[in-house]
Design a protein. Structure first.
Length: 398
């Protein structure tokens, strides 16, 4: 099974009082990830049989419990996610106690709750895969973090929709704490995806063109800004909506070269456009279905289409001619896989985050449009996150 955690050191017991008590297993020798998602109880027993002194120096932390958004079964997020109080374990020697400051609701979070995502934590699980937290306390063997530092998860599945957590130092990575909170909370997934896709598939030079659908998504907004910072032109495709001109203005203010409706992809206007800008070397597809096929038609000979999302839940049709006569490369990208591939290469993730933070500090990369929502209003936030045409990322603020 594709478990998304490699070592969870928590047992949970469902108490008669219908509260969940979380205990840190102090004898665990496994990689520590003190969240409730991940390995099955069986796995935990297996892993816990190897003992070590990792937690010998545990101290009593100043916070004894947190509020968490938990789901016990897969289904409609509105039905299955509930807010619960959860005890926090002591802070182990290699652990940190963090206060979660803000955590977004991304499509993959929704899919995980629905049970349709590629990786699923064992249940019960805390929702949320990204977010920014502030370190409150560190264990005696923690080397690189200190109280006050901001951290984000290194991998998916951490369960960020909660007020506080005890996490293994190795499961988080620090960020400068002078960037805007919403930028930090939304940095680890979407801007990383955008940067990698603009870097790893085609050798893009200033003046080159990238075309993308779902251009108003968080990924799309990051693509627009990162591309603009590199002098790369973007053709941004969005679905038509009543306030289309407002959206055009917003995306252009971010650096979008062109913003067009899905329908325009089939119109002669686009030929006109290609008189003034080169055909795209790279197409980024977050939608699938017809939208992807239409993007594909405009990619230059030998270029690539990279699929990273499937919001339309429709397969892609690739015209035979695109493969034979244009030799278009049809590929996919998954940032979680990239992070896992580079989990032993500290410098890779660090330098990607540095590059993004540097753009943030230069004012070239802002957070996607966000709606900040108090954790207690998670129901509304989950609803909104699933509505079309909202053009705002729901971010839970703790
Ligand atoms: N592969 C990876 O590593 C990776 C990393 C990050 C994100 N993703 C994926 O990228 C996609 C976007 O994520 P995000 O966080 O950037 O999204 P987001 O900010 O929540 O925005 C959602 C986007 O999807 C569009 N959309 C929703 N339903 C659609 C439909 N039926 N047909 C066409 N477009 C539709 C929305 O357009 P409207 O405004 O028109 O509704 C909006 O542009 C998701 O599929 C996500 O899972 C993948
Ligand atoms: C991860 O590594 C595998 C094996 O080297 C490689 O085939 C794959 O393309 C890599 N994926 C990403 C997203 O980096």
């Amino acid at each position: 099974p594709v478990g998304i955690q490699t070592g969870v050191v928590l047992f949970w017991f469902k108490m008669k009082v219908s509260r969940i008590l979380w205990l840190l297993c102090k004898k665990s020798g496994v990689r520590t990830q003190t969240v409730c998602t991940g390995v099955s109880t069986n796995q935990q027993h297996k892993q816990l049989s190897s003992t070590s002194a990792v937690y010998r120096y545990s101290t009593t932390s100043s916070i004894s419990h947190c509020t968490a958004l938990i789901y016990r079964k897969h289904g409609d997020p509105a039905q299955v996610v509930q807010s619960e109080s959860m005890n926090l374990p002591n802070v182990g020697a290699k652990c940190v106690l963090v206060k979660i400051l803000a955590a977004p609701i991304n499509p993959s979070d929704i899919n995980m709750i629905q049970g349709t995502y590629a990786i699923l934590p064992d249940l019960p699980a805390v929702g949320g895969n990204e977010g920014v937290a502030q370190v409150l306390e560190v264990g005696s063997q923690v080397k690189a973090l200190k109280p006050g530092d901001w951290v984000i998860p290194r991998d998916a599945g951490l369960g960020t929709w909660r007020t506080a957590a005890v996490l293994a130092e190795e499961d988080v990575i620090s960020l400068p704490n002078d960037i805007p909170l919403l930028s930090a909370a939304t940095l680890g997934v979407n801007p990383c995806t955008a940067l990698r896709m603009l870097t790893d598939f085609e050798d893009l030079k200033p003046g080159d063109t990238v075309i993308q659908n779902a251009a108003n998504s968080a990924v799309g907004q990051a693509v627009i800004q990162i591309a603009a910072a590199k002098g790369i032109q973007t053709i941004n495709v969005v679905r038509d909506r009543p306030d289309f001109t407002t959206l055009i203005d917003r995306l252009k203010a971010m650096g979008a070269s062109h913003v067009i409706k899905e329908e325009t992809l089939r119109r002669p206007e686009l030929k006109e456009l290609f008189k003034s800008c080169p055909r795209p070397k790279l197409a980024l597809n977050g939608v699938g279905g017809k939208s992807a096929t239409e993007l594909l038609r405009h990619v230059q000979v030998g270029g690539s289409i990279v699929t990273y999302g499937g919001m339309a839940k429709q397969p892609i049709t690739v015209p035979v001619s695109a493969l034979i006569f244009k030799n278009i490369k049809v590929q996919g990208f998954w940032v979680t896989q990239w992070k896992r591939n580079h989990s032993q290469d500290e410098g890779a993730l660090r330098s990607m985050l540095d590059e993004l933070c540097s753009l943030i500090c230069q004012g070239k990369l802002t957070a996607p449009a966000c709606s900040e929502v108090g954790l207690q209003d998670f129901g509304t936030a989950l609803d909104k996150a699933m509505q079309p045409f909202t053009s705002a990322k729901q971010v839970l603020v703790m």
